[in-house]
Design a protein around this ligand. Structure first.
Ligand code: Q9C
Ligand code: ZN
Length: 350
């Protein structure tokens, strides 16, 4: 197993996220990844690597994200500080958005004001952007590309061990602590380098709305997601069972929402359903956006998986016998995050 870890993840360390009318401490903190690394030091399930520096990263990023959005991300911090020098000590968070309908976005008059631009490219006020965000997110995407390259070179299991996470990010928006969609970047990289069919199996607690949207009209990348029912759970609005893909992509998206509070037994039965669908698609590779926020101890989620269950999760995914690439997504029970993550990887290996 080749594990590409993001050496620059610490550069992204949000202070606050907006929650019910006030700013609360961020859940998505650097210690999350540090816990995985210290667990891997105890249980070395794979080879720890850093992505090569000669990747054609810009091409990989723009195969999934728009140039406008990438330019926005690359320049956002400088623009934020230009609004006011005091902003240098504050996270950038949006506070105004265009809505469809009455307050629609005028393509012919894109906002010049940076606060308005933030709302154009973000779908929530819980995803702080700071000075190191772009560098950290970019290096995370480099981990995903390196993992895809290693897979194409014959590895059966590769990991993009990174934060910030990615599966909520769309082609032109950030949100849900995500900026660049690492799983989508990896899947697209595999498509662009010879594979015909790739499946994405998202097992984060939250619906992978960004990944679904990116591949919505595509029949070559089958997206499956098991998640808390979006009628009550973040990211809301998208992730319902009747969303099966659009146009050519019809029949190539599957959402398996479960009620908040679902047990491991329920979740695991649903995982088997998802695995059958993946098998029927007969992909040449599998990308797994791996969230550990399905854990019973997660502070913001509602499923009931226990640490030992993650060994089974890894094991049953391995039974597909597909080259598999994991991207690290959510999971906010920080102290147990390392154990749970490494359990999935160890389960996959055994
Ligand atoms: N107070 C991922 O797991 N906030 N993103 C929910 C919590 C957004 C989760 C409200 C949760 C985003 C990658
Ligand atoms: Zn999540």
């Amino acid at each position: 197993m080749k594990i590409f870890s993001n050496q620059h993840h610490h550069l992204h360390h949000g202070q606050h996220e907006m929650f019910r009318g006030r700013l609360v401490d961020c859940h998505e903190v650097p210690q999350r990844l540090d816990h995985v690394l210290s667990e891997l030091a105890k249980r070395p399930v794979g080879q720890l690597l850093t992505p090569p520096t000669n990747l054609n990263l810009d091409a990989a990023l723009s195969s999934v994200h728009t140039i406008d959005y990438l330019t926005f991300l690359a320049t956002a911090w400088d623009e934020w500080v230009k609004l006011s020098p005091d902003n240098a000590s504050r996270d950038a968070l949006p506070s105004v958005w265009p809505l469809p309908g009455q307050h629609a976005f005028r393509m012919d008059k894109p906002p010049l004001n940076f606060a308005a631009k933030l709302g154009q490219y973000a779908f929530d006020s819980g995803t702080p952007l700071m000075s190191g965000t772009w560098t950290a997110a970019r290096e995370g995407a480099a981990c995903a590309v390196a993992a895809a390259q290693a897979m194409l070179a014959g590895e059966m299991a590769t990991v993009a061990l990174t934060r910030p996470p990615g599966h909520h990010a769309g082609s032109a928006y950030m949100g849900g602590y995500c900026f660049l969609n690492n799983a989508a970047i990896a899947a697209q990289y595999l498509r662009d380098h010879g594979l015909q069919r790739v499946a994405v199996l998202d097992i984060d607690y939250h619906h992978g709305n960004g990944t679904q949207a990116i591949f919505d009209e595509r029949a070559d990348v089958y997206t499956v997601s098991i998640h808390g029912d979006p009628q009550t759970e973040y990211p809301f609005y998208l992730g319902h069972a009747d969303e099966r893909g659009t146009d050519k992509g019809e029949g190539f998206n599957l959402n398996l929402p479960l009620p908040k509070g679902s047990s491991f037994e329920t979740w695991y039965a649903t995982l088997h359903e998802a695995l059958q669908v993946v098998t029927d698609f007969a992909p040449q590779a599998l990308v797994v956006p791996l969230g550990l926020d399905t854990y019973e101890g997660d502070p913001i989620s509602g499923f009931k998986l226990k640490s030992a269950d993650y060994l089974k999760v890894g094991r049953v995914i391995a039974e597909l016998q597909l080259p598999s690439l994991f991207t690290l997504e959510g999971g906010y029970a920080v102290a147990d995050f390392g154990i749970n993550t490494v359990n999935v990887l160890e389960g996959f290996q055994t």
